[in-house]
Design a protein. Structure first.
Length: 365
């Protein structure tokens, strides 16, 4: 069993700024938990507190039910993989992987067995006698993972392990780490700023902003049910469109955008909006929920009149860019759709798929 629990964790550096605030996270056995958020939001600091590399200012960290706040890193039975791999340049791949075990005085035959096992799992058998500088970025990353695997730790911590790799290798290593998670039945806590990594790798995602947890949930749960505008905009690529405006009741409920164009909301009950009439609100709609053809959805529809400014044909899909006042919006449509720049288009939207946020960015529906 390998469970990690963070209870009301806070971190204050230099007795001044609180960079992590009241963080509560449960990591269950075999969980792959991804901490994700923009740079500087406190992800690494949180991970480093779990590892024991940073002191906890407030709250408790428990591993398998035991408070570890005062335990040094070496006693926590945790292995960490860093962004820069932190390999010893003068040691071979074998020695790099064996190093932690030697330090812990494992018998020689067990070290050999564990290193060979890890090398096999990671496809590193051919490279055991090479030095790190004789390896590609992806191979170095695998050695760093191997060094963690040989320890058979309770918990693996990954700190942005793929950010130094090129895009193609990143996608490949993503699936390798996911497979490894299944194979080893490992418990993993993984930090990244990349929402795609979070969505594709984690079974549980923790979204952070300014040191605070915004929402915790399964990837599709966050995608479909974001609690606020930040989460709605962070998860999904291209990001959700946001249109500033207010609600008016003129021949039925409408959303009036900043340029005074209005989007009719009649046809679906929006009872939760009745308290927000004439208030500033933000409407959110994902790029894929705009449809050129109104027959493409079954719910009640409405539409926006859009003048298409840019057309980006990507082969498998096409992105259409248009604006409402100064706000750039994007629609993601079928690649078979033939649209010209400057074309005026009715972009249909499914009223079941739109979100509303109040002035404090809290989701209303
Ligand atoms: P992230 O991993 O999300 O990019 P970090 O956890 O590295 O964010 O940092 C969170 C905040 O704490 C940042 O504002 C950063 O500048 C600050 N910070 C990180 N380490 C230290 C430190 N040793 N001393 C002072 N401030 C730090």
């Amino acid at each position: 069993m390998s469970k990690v629990e963070l209870r009301n964790i806070a971190k204050i550096y230099d007795g001044a700024t609180k960079v992590v605030k009241d963080v509560n996270i449960h990591v269950d056995d075999h969980d792959f938990v991804v901490l994700v958020g923009p740079s500087g939001c406190g992800k690494s600091t949180t991970l480093r507190m779990i590892a024991g590399l940073e002191e906890v200012t407030e709250g408790e960290i428990l591993i398998d039910g035991v408070v570890v706040n005062d335990q040094p890193p070496k006693d926590r039975d945790i292995a960490m993989v860093f962004q820069n791999y932190a390999l010893y340049p003068h040691m071979t791949v074998y020695e790099n992987m064996a190093f932690g075990l030697k330090l812990r005085k494992y018998p020689k035959n067990e070290i050999t067995e564990r290193v060979n096992d890890a090398a096999k799992i990671l496809g590193l058998e051919k490279f055991l006698n090479r030095k790190p500088k004789e390896l590609s970025g992806g191979q170095r990353q695998r050695v760093a993972v191997g060094r963690a695997i040989v320890r058979k730790p309770k918990v693996f911590l990954f700190d942005e392990p793929l950010s130094n790799l090129d895009a193609k290798l990143r996608v490949q290593m993503r699936t390798e780490i996911s497979k490894l998670h299944k194979k080893l039945k490992a418990t993993i806590i993984y930090v990244t700023h990349d929402q795609t990594e979070a969505m594709t790798m984690g079974n549980k995602i923790v979204i952070m902003k300014d040191g605070e947890v915004q929402q915790i949930g399964a990837p599709l749960n966050l995608y479909n049910n974001p609690v606020n505008k930040f989460v709605a905009g962070f998860i999904g690529s291209p990001s959700m469109n946001f249109i500033d405006g207010n609600l008016i009741n003129k021949d039925g409920l409408s959303f009036q955008a900043e340029d005074n164009s209005s989007i009719s909301l009649s046809g679906k009950s929006f009872d939760f909006l009745s308290n927000h009439l004439n208030e500033k609100i933000v409407m959110g709609i994902r790029p894929e929920d705009f449809k050129v053809d109104s027959n493409q959805f079954t719910g009640n529809g409405s539409y926006i009149n859009a003048k298409i400014e840019v057309v980006e044909p990507l082969g498998n899909e096409t992105f259409l860019y248009f604006s409402i006042k100064d706000t750039q919006l994007i629609a993601r449509v079928d690649s078979a759709t033939k649209i010209e720049v400057d074309e005026m288009l009715k972009l249909h939207l499914d009223l079941e798929k739109i979100f509303f946020f109040d002035e404090n960015e809290i989701r209303l529906n």
